[in-house]
Design a protein around this ligand. Structure first.
Ligand code: SF4
Length: 227
């Protein structure tokens, strides 16, 4: 198990303002900059991971260090893998200590955007760390609940958190009874070496998603239910 607590970051105010549709040199810009400064001063993005080895592969299950995951796509993606990296990355609980008026939807939207930026920094930091330290070839990741619901059901967060062991507590992440994570800008998953890159968007039918990063792969999507 390894925990990364010292993740360097910088926040580019002009670029964040552009994404938030805040014009520079206006009253909103002053307020937005105040949020950015708050994030700079208290933000502590973090990540943790555990290298784990596959015990057993079933028809639609994979058992990793005694914990069984059920997902045909995960099973397919791990066809040639022997080890994986279970990981958890977060913007950091410190950001939730900053007082943001929950009734002010614009302020809440800005703060969520800034939190998301810190999460992105931490995701990149972990990926670079894993590649460098473990000399990984091409890798992809899967996340419970990402893509169509049946791909890797979100309920399997329970198994993933069991595999992560003490990492959630070490980096201040909590899993709720409804399988959501606190802080909200947190990502959990399994990273694995693969010859064919995989993205959850390939098995997600949400056509109107503005964040789609890969086209729907009908053939791959069909394997969610059967080979
Ligand atoms: S298409 Fe959108 S909702 Fe679906 S997996 Fe990709 S980013 Fe997520």
């Amino acid at each position: 198990m390894q925990v990364l607590r010292e993740i360097p970051f910088d926040l580019d105010s002009p670029s964040l303002m552009k994404r938030a549709h805040v014009a520079q040199n206006c009253a909103d810009a002053v307020e937005f900059e105040r949020f950015v400064q708050a994030a700079r001063s208290v933000g502590r993005p973090k990540a943790g991971y555990r290298e784990a080895f596959i015990d057993l592969k079933g028809e639609q299950t994979v058992t990793i260090e005694g914990i069984t995951f059920t997902s045909r796509i995960l099973r397919k993606n791990l066809e040639h893998a022997e080890r994986v990296f279970a990981f958890l990355v977060t913007c950091g609980r410190e950001l939730d200590q900053v007082a943001v008026d929950g009734d002010d939807w614009l302020a809440a939207f800005w703060w969520d955007l800034i939190k998301g930026e810190l999460l992105s920094v931490a995701i990149r930091h972990l990926a670079e760390h894993l590649d460098r330290k473990h000399l990984l070839p091409q890798t992809s990741s899967m996340h419970p609940g990402s893509g169509d619901a049946a791909v890797w059901p979100i309920e399997q967060q329970r198994q993933l958190f069991a595999l992560l062991g003490e990492i959630p507590e070490q980096i201040g992440v909590e899993l709720t009874d409804t399988y959501l994570m606190i802080p909200n800008k947190t990502v959990s998953g399994i990273r694995f070496p693969t010859e064919n890159s995989f993205r959850s968007c390939q098995v997600c039918q949400r056509s109107a998603c503005p964040n789609r990063a890969a086209a729907l792969d009908e053939a791959l999507w069909a394997t969610v239910w059967h080979e």
